[in-house]
Structures are given as structure tokens and as C-alpha cells.
Design a protein around this ligand. Structure first.
Ligand SMILES: Nc1ccn([C@@H]2O[C@H](COP(=O)(O)O)[C@@H](O)[C@H]2O)c(=O)n1
Ligand SMILES: C[C@@]1(CO)OP(=O)(O)OP(=O)(O)OC[C@H]1O
Length: 159
């Protein structure tokens, strides 16, 4: 049995807008997250955790922000690529865990929808996918609501 662990971290800043995409769920919000893609910070962190587990670089190497092809792209494209790479190397998702760091929006009421969205994209059981959140007690850039940070861990298993 071969188990590989990876971690991911991402940040997107708030700008104009009326919604945010978080882990595949569109939430109405007073501001939007800025990015080259749809700025789904949680999905980006999870995608990077998978690349990290595989030692296959990071999201910006596979989908360069300088490439106009990815402007406005839906982030499921990135996650599908990462999990496809994992399967191509003989790995399955054992479990993964995403933590969103923001004062708002409140994630708890939407966590199950987020887990469902991620597990559908990755084609894994929902009990293998965790999404949770914390504030940063109003400290730092997340505390000032200048942006949202996300951390993720992925465990991949072969055999
Ligand atoms: N965006 C968020 C932030 C937090 N939660 C939930 O609230 C709990 C308490 O947060 P603290 O930062 O005060 O520890 C946290 O454990 C989450 O359950 C949330 O849903 N959305
Ligand atoms: C996802 C990509 C795609 O161009 O752009 P962004 O939406 O800016 O997101 P980031 O987390 O900075 O990762 C870099 C890029 O790969």
C-alpha cells in the first residue's frame, strides 16, 4: 500500500462583485473574489494539495495565469485535471480536508453542499471529503475581510 500526502494553500483578495465561489458553490456576497479564474480559493487549495501529493508541481504550472485560455475559467477544470493525474498514476483519493479562513461568508450552512460539489467533481464518496471553516478572530487580512485564505490536505492511496 502506497499513501501520499499533499498540502495546498491559496489566497484570493476581495474586489467588486456580488458573489463568491467557494468549493464549487456560488454564494451571494457583498463583494467578489478576484482572480484570473473564478477565484474558487478552496478548490485551488485542494487542487494544489493533490499536485503536492503527487510531487507534480502546482496549479500555476499546469494552468499559467499568463495564459488567456484560463481567464474566467471554472475551477472544476483544475480539480478534474489533478484527480485525473492522480488516477493516471494509479492513485485514488483516500480523503481530503479543506479549511476556509474568513469572517464571512459563514461556511457551516453550506459545507455539505461544498462537500457534495467536490466529491462529484472528483468522483469520490462524500465521506472522504471534508470542508470546514474558521475565522481569524478579526486579525490579519482575512480578519479585515480583505480576502479569503484556504488550506487543504489530500491523502492519496494506491493498491
Ligand atoms: N467563515 C466561517 C467561519 C467560522 N465558521 C464556524 O464558526 C466556528 C467558530 O469560528 P472561530 O473562528 O470563532 O473558531 C467555526 O468552527 C465554524 O464552525 C463558519 O461556519 N464560517
Ligand atoms: C488558477 C489560476 C489559473 O490561471 O489563476 P487564479 O484564478 O488567479 O488562481 P491562483 O490560485 O492564483 O492560481 C493560479 C492560476 O493557475
Amino acid at each position: 500500500m502506497d499513501i501520499r500526502l499533499g498540502n495546498g494553500y491559496d489566497v484570493h483578495r476581495f474586489g467588486d462583485g456580488d458573489h463568491v465561489w467557494l468549493c464549487g458553490v456560488k454564494l451571494p456576497h457583498g463583494r467578489g473574489l478576484q482572480g484570473h479564474s473564478d477565484a474558487d480559493v478552496g478548490m485551488h487549495a485542494l487542487t494544489d494539495a493533490i499536485y503536492g501529493a503527487l510531487a507534480r508541481g502546482d496549479i500555476g504550472q499546469h494552468f499559467p495565469p499568463s495564459d488567456p485560455q484560463w481567464k474566467g475559467a471554472e475551477s472544476h477544470i483544475f480539480l478534474r485535471h489533478a484527480i485525473g493525474l492522480a488516477r493516471g498514476m494509479g492513485y485514488e483519493m483516500m480523503n481530503c480536508d479543506v479549511t476556509l479562513v474568513c469572517e464571512r461568508p459563514k461556511v457551516g450552512p453550506h459545507a455539505l453542499a461544498m462537500r457534495s460539489a467536490l466529491c462529484q467533481i472528483m468522483e469520490v464518496d462524500v465521506d472522504r471529503v471534508s470542508v470546514k471553516a474558521t475565522t481569524s478572530e478579526r486579525l490579519g487580512f482575512t480578519g479585515r475581510e480583505e480576502g479569503i485564505a484556504a488550506l487543504a490536505t489530500a491523502a492519496l492511496i494506491k493498491g
